[in-house]
Design a protein around this ligand. Structure first.
Ligand SMILES: Cc1cc2nc3c(=O)[nH]c(=O)nc-3n(C[C@H](O)[C@H](O)[C@H](O)COP(=O)(O)OP(=O)(O)OC[C@H]3O[C@@H](n4cnc5c(N)ncnc54)[C@H](O)[C@@H]3O)c2cc1C
Length: 492
């Protein structure tokens, strides 16, 4: 048994070595054996792109094999400048290999924000790497001792080694999907719902096998969701728009959410906050001032629509903005959070301040900063975060704030906010006067937003309310909204 599976075995999990397939009855077949199963979780991952022609030749391989070369080639070509390709090119370039990085699209790291990809490309070029975008590779003649590559305008060049970092596909071969009634969709990926259930009863699928970014942390969280649901526990669908991506080239690149272009194309009133890493102290202290942080914000609500970073600690820094976004904070709030000095995280703070200042410090509502406005029903014994939305709305008293607060309150309660009654209940829970709210929801944009939020709540399987604070009293559990509303009515 491989060493890493000992820990698994210690948790009373039987490990069966072999190639598995799901059967028509929803069991698992391994060789000649059939294993009875109430639940099957398919997690077979993805196949790498293959070298055409002589696939056994050692001069051409997948990203995984490219990390284990015993000798450094003199000249290396990398096809595909996504995360894997950029990492390989940047690493081998820094080891002194003459690298050519070929990308079919107009920028390296095609999923990243254009400005960040440019910043990364600028640095990677300094690492012995020639970058060719819109490369259009026509052919690769692979032999044991080299590769003849034809790309661009018919230019042919010889390399000692070729890494193919493009064209991964879901590993469904021989998995018995058709027999078991498991439906596949775009690019052959297995279709699943928010609980990771496939179209076949008792069969779940996760990871590279299903839609979404091919990332280890995404696969791992989907595994938890599938296991929770299979065990009959309450679960919560992933917010695929908030999954951070991390690329370990130099400088590191990390991001989540919309790029500037995506946000503008989607019609948001966009505000950008950005700073070069060198603008704060720590990058100088640690001797690496490369890169930048860019926040793509929405002027109207102060939301962080996306965050994009290139820099020495980018893959760690991204988590702060993902967390703030997930807890429904905006860039105005990040701008008011004290960050330690001297750290790279001060660049995040400065980017948030930049976004906030660029919209005249009007979007969002940093409630913690206005003395006396925290009329807070927050009791000292209750965890403040759970109560944040109610406090937020109460403190700012604005329609914008109300819709964000309602987003949390009614969203968490799984209510349909296109229904006026539900909006009023949420308003009561936020300690807002019903008349003000009724006036607010006459505005079409607010009503549309609330409907959109309700629809999203439904897809994210939100069904239970954590807590609500009203008139100094904290109500918890499924009936929290009603209890809070009643308590408000009684006290007024
Ligand atoms: C070189 C490289 C570097 C990467 N770096 C990062 C990174 O830094 N960060 C990140 O987030 N992601 C990274 N990824 C992506 C990440 O590894 C995948 O997204 C993640 O592993 C997907 O998890 P999974 O469980 O779907 O599949 P996998 O982790 O690929 O596991 C699938 C397993 O199933 C086995 N299997 C397949 N078919 C069968 C069968 N029929 N029966 C039994 N077993 C079977 C396979 O052998 C494999 O062991 C990287 C990928 C590569 C190739």
């Amino acid at each position: 048994m491989p060493e890493e599976l000992f820990e698994v075995a210690r948790n009373k999990i039987d490990v069966i070595e072999g190639v598995g397939a799901v059967t028509a009855d929803g069991n698992v077949r391994v060789g000649d054996d059939e294993i009875e199963a109430n639940t099957v979780i398919l997690a077979t991952g993805s196949w790498p792109g293959r070298c055409s022609g002589s696939s056994s030749a050692s001069a051409c391989s997948t990203p995984s094999a490219s990390w284990a070369l015993r000798e450094l080639p003199q000249k290396m070509a990398v096809i595909g400048a996504g995360a894997s390709g950029a990492e390989i090119a940047s690493a081998y370039g820094r080891l002194g290999v003459e690298v050519t990085l070929l990308e079919a699209l107009p920028q390296i790291l095609p999923l990243e924000d254009e400005e960040i990809a440019k910043a990364a490309a600028r640095e990677i070029r300094k690492q012995n790497v020639k970058i060719v975008t819109e490369a259009n590779v026509e052919s690769a003649e692979v032999s044991d001792d080299g590769v003849e590559l034809t790309y661009g305008d018919g230019e042919t060049e010889r390399f000692d080694y070729l890494a193919i970092a493009a064209g991964r596909g879901p590993d469904v071969e021989g998995l018995g999907l058709e027999d078991a009634g498991v439906t596949t969709g775009e690019n052959g990926r297995v279709e699943v719902d928010g609980r990771m259930r496939t179209s076949a009863d008792g069969v779940y699928a996760i990871g590279d096998l299903v839609p979404g970014p091919a990332l280890a942390h995404k696969a791992s969280d989907e595994g938890v969701i599938a296991a929770e649901d299979a065990a009959g526990m309450e679960t919560h669908a992933l917010d695929y728009g908030a999954i951070p991506a991390a690329t370990f080239c130099h400088p590191q690149v990390a991001s989540f959410g919309m790029t500037e272009k995506q946000a503008r194309d989607a019609g948001y009133d966009v505000v950008i906050g950005k700073v070069p890493m060198g603008a704060v102290g720590a990058p100088t202290v640690y001797g690496d001032r490369t890169g930048m942080i860019k926040i793509v914000g929405d002027k109207r609500y102060g939301e962080i629509l996306g965050a994009h970073m290139a820099g020495a600690r980018a893959t760690d820094l991204i988590s702060e903005l993902v967390a703030v976004h997930d807890l429904e904070g905006g860039f105005a709030e990040v701008a008011r959070i004290v960050h330690p000095h001297p750290t790279f995280s001060e660049a995040t703070l400065e980017a948030a301040r930049s976004a906030w200042c660029r919209c005249g410090r009007r979007c969002g509502s940093p409630i913690n900063r206005r003395p006396g406005t925290r009329t807070s029903p927050v009791s000292s014994s209750a965890p403040p975060l759970r109560l944040r939305a109610a406090t937020f709305a109460a403190a700012s008293g604005r329609v914008v704030a109300f819709s964000l607060a309602a987003l949390r309150q009614a969203f968490a309660a799984g209510r349909d906010l296109s229904q006026v009654d539900n909006v009023l209940i949420a308003a009561a829970a936020c300690e807002l006067h019903p008349r003000a709210v009724l006036k607010a929801i006459e505005s079409r944009s607010v009503a549309e937003r609330l409907s959109a939020v309700s629809a999203e709540a439904a897809t994210r399987l939100v069904g239970a309310l954590p807590a609500i604070a009203v008139a100094g009293k904290v109500s918890e559990g499924p009936a929290a909204v009603e209890t809070a509303a009643t308590s408000l009515a009684t006290s007024s």
